[in-house]
Every structure is written in structure tokens, then in C-alpha cells.
Design a protein around this ligand. Sequence first.
Ligand SMILES: Cc1cc2nc3c(=O)[nH]c(=O)nc-3n(C[C@H](O)[C@H](O)[C@H](O)COP(=O)(O)OP(=O)(O)OC[C@H]3O[C@@H](n4cnc5c(N)ncnc54)[C@H](O)[C@@H]3O)c2cc1C
Length: 403
Amino acid sequence: MNFLFSAEEEKLRSTVREFLAEHFTDEVRAENTAGRRGEGWGPAIRAFFDTVNEKRWFAWSWPTEFGGGGGDRTAQFVIEEEFYRATGITLGGGTGAPAILSFGTAAQKQEFVPGAIKREIIFCQGYSEPGCGTDLAGIRCRAKRVGDKYIITGQKIYTTNAQNSTHIFLMCRTDPDSVRHRGLSILLVPMDMPGLTVRPLWTVQNDPPAPFGTTYGEERTNEVFFDDVEVPASCLLGDEGGGWEVARRGLNLDRVGAWRYLISVMRDEDIVNWLHGEGELQDSLREDTQVRDKVAEMWTEAEVCRLMTMRSISIEQSGGKFTYEGSAEKVFAPEHSVRTTEAISQILGPFAQLMQGSPAAIEKGVFAHNILGAYQSTINHGSVQVMRDQVARIGLGLPRAAK
Ligand SMILES: Cc1cc2nc3c(=O)[nH]c(=O)nc-3n(C[C@H](O)[C@H](O)[C@H](O)COP(=O)(O)OP(=O)(O)OC[C@H]3O[C@@H](n4cnc5c(N)ncnc54)[C@H](O)[C@@H]3O)c2cc1C
């Protein structure tokens, strides 16, 4: 067991860090933020993406034939850490691409994976529906096979980033007589099809807009409507009726990555960095024993978050199978984020409530916005209650809970 990175990996870390310090300029950062808000990707961020792609850093451990770097997963983790911390950009092909690599036909892999790595193809995740988020067995969105096409009708909700996406990774019911998880399929649907409508679903995070670096701050979520949307049958990923297995595996793979822990742990780094800064408030707070104790306690928890993610990475690297590990991470890290943001709000007192735009807001209100993002992170991508249930059943072998 070796928790340390090799000299080569540490060298890679320095190289990536120096690259980002030079190339992720204020202009690139501003265009990245605008792009994530759905205002379009400007030329500076596009050029930045191209340079990163030439280095194969977006997907260092993915197969070279599909645009990856062919390197190992630990090195990719190092690159991911540096990128997420400095830019908020997650690496890999985003939602969907890992599942396409596992379940796609040769043609689908060629069509989607290189483009997803280059950020030319972006998938949003179309699982949740009104009345069915945790229990996807209740999915009603229907895709009817007619000749060599599917005709889709129904609605999705909380489809994050749909406004920026080129495709939706859609879970729908292809067998109308099926119940629960049987008869569900995954379709890879272009967003520009006639009959497909995206409507914004504004949340507390969007107004006032959160500053850069806030948990889920720049994300917008949506409703997506399908009114007789026709797509070719070749959009089917995996077997018809086998969508549950595709989605389950896809979700597990989507959850693995440095961002998983950093999205929670960067809150600790924010407060420590701020306490190191100059100012009357910082001067008094950093000498306060209760503040120091609390910050140290949260920092210790943050280290646990990182180690849990590293365990998942090493399972992936060794080709092992995930059972409960991703779920355990999805309990601990978001709840840590809630504990940390609450502790920060006690440390900062009334300042913790001032959001972006308020003249007295600290760090543009990032701490106030982070509290909102922390609670959100306990729900999206599978709620912590449901993740606990998976740890109990799959990890600890306990029976299903009585209904
Ligand atoms: C900001 C945001 C972004 C999102 N982005 C996406 C996205 O991009 N794509 C997508 O498909 N979905 C997305 N979601 C949806 C998210 O996955 C669901 O909200 C989540 O799975 C919970 O489902 P629900 O909202 O239907 O709540 P419910 O399933 O009704 O759950 C309500 C509460 O009951 C608890 N609960 C439910 N069942 C059980 C159980 N068996 N045991 C114990 N407790 C239980 C839950 O933990 C939760 O606290 C997003 C959600 C949010 C808030």
C-alpha cells in the first residue's frame, strides 16, 4: 500500500500547474464562466481546450484510438486535481462518454468519444422525471420503435446543462408493457431535433449569479420536453430493454474522479486561504482557538474525502469492480461539504449571508453561495439517503429495507 505519488507523477503535477498558471488567463476564465452559464463558448476558451486536447490531458487514461492519452488512471487523477482546483473544469468525456466506451458499438465509440473528449460533444443526463428521481423504475418517457426510428414523447426534469449540450443521454421506456427497471433503454439523442424543447428551471443558485468557484454555482438546470421527437434507431446504446444496466454502470463511472472530492473539499481550502489573507477580521479570527479547532477538524475530514476518491481511482486503475465504494463517497463528501459550509457560516457570522453584489460580501459572496451548493450536492447524482441504502445492501450485505 503506497499513498504517495511517484516522482514522475509529481513532475506531471508541476507541469500541469505551470501550464494552467500561464494559459488559464483571466480572459479564458471569463469565457469559461460565460460558456457554463449558457452564453456560448468564446474563442479564448476554445483555443485553450484545443491546446489541452493536443496534450491529451482531457482523457489521459482513455484509449488513444478514441482521442485519449493511453496513460494510467493515477496520472489522470493528478491532472484532474490540478485542473479542477485551478479552473473548475472536470476532465474525461463528461456524462455519457464512459458508458459509451463500455457499451457502444464501434461506430458509436468513433462518433461520440473523441468529440466528447474535445468538448465538441456534450451530453446532459436525462434520467429524472417529475415524480421519479430516486426510483427511476417509474420512468414514463416513452420511445416507440417504428421501423428504423424511435418516436419519443415525455418529459425530463433537472436536466442540468441541457442548454449547453449537444446530446441528451436519455433513459426512456421502450417496452410500454414493462414494469420497473425492465423495458428501459438508453438513447443518445441530439438536442437539435424538432419537437425537443429545453426550459430553464431556476434555482436559488442562479439569482444572484454565484461567483466563480462556487459549488454548482454556474450550473443551470432545466426541464426537457419531447413531443414526438423522431430519432434513428442507431441512437440506441446497448441492448433495447438493457438501459438500466447501462445507466447504472454509467452513473458509477461518472461519479469517479478528483472533482468528486474537490467539489466538497475546496470549501475548506477557501476558508483556509481566506484566513491566511490580510484584514482585521482575518487577524482576529485566525487566532481564535475555536476557529482554529473547527478548521483543523474540517481539514481532517477533507483528507478522508480525498482518500475515499483515491480508493475508487485505484479500483478503476486495477480493473476492479465497484460495489458500494462510489456510494460511500457520495455520502461522505457532500455531507462533509454541508458540515464545512455550516462551520464557515458560524465562523464568519453575519458576513456569511452576504451574496455576490452585496458591498460587504467577503470574496464576492462565495461562502454564502457555497452553503446553497452544498445542500444541493446531497441530492443530485443520487441522494445521500439512497446512497446509504446502497452501502447497507451492497457493501454490508444487509437485506432490503422493509417498505
Ligand atoms: C440541482 C440538481 C441537479 C440535478 N441534475 C440532474 C441531471 O442532470 N439529470 C438527472 O437525471 N437528474 C438530475 N437531478 C435529479 C436528482 O438526481 C434527483 O433530484 C434525486 O435523485 C432525487 O430524486 P427526487 O427529486 O425525485 O426526490 P425523491 O426521490 O422524491 O426523494 C425525496 C427524498 O426522499 C428520499 N428517499 C427517496 N427514496 C428513498 C429510499 N428508498 N430510502 C430512503 N430515502 C429515500 C430522498 O433521499 C430524498 O431526500 C438533479 C437534481 C438537482 C437538485
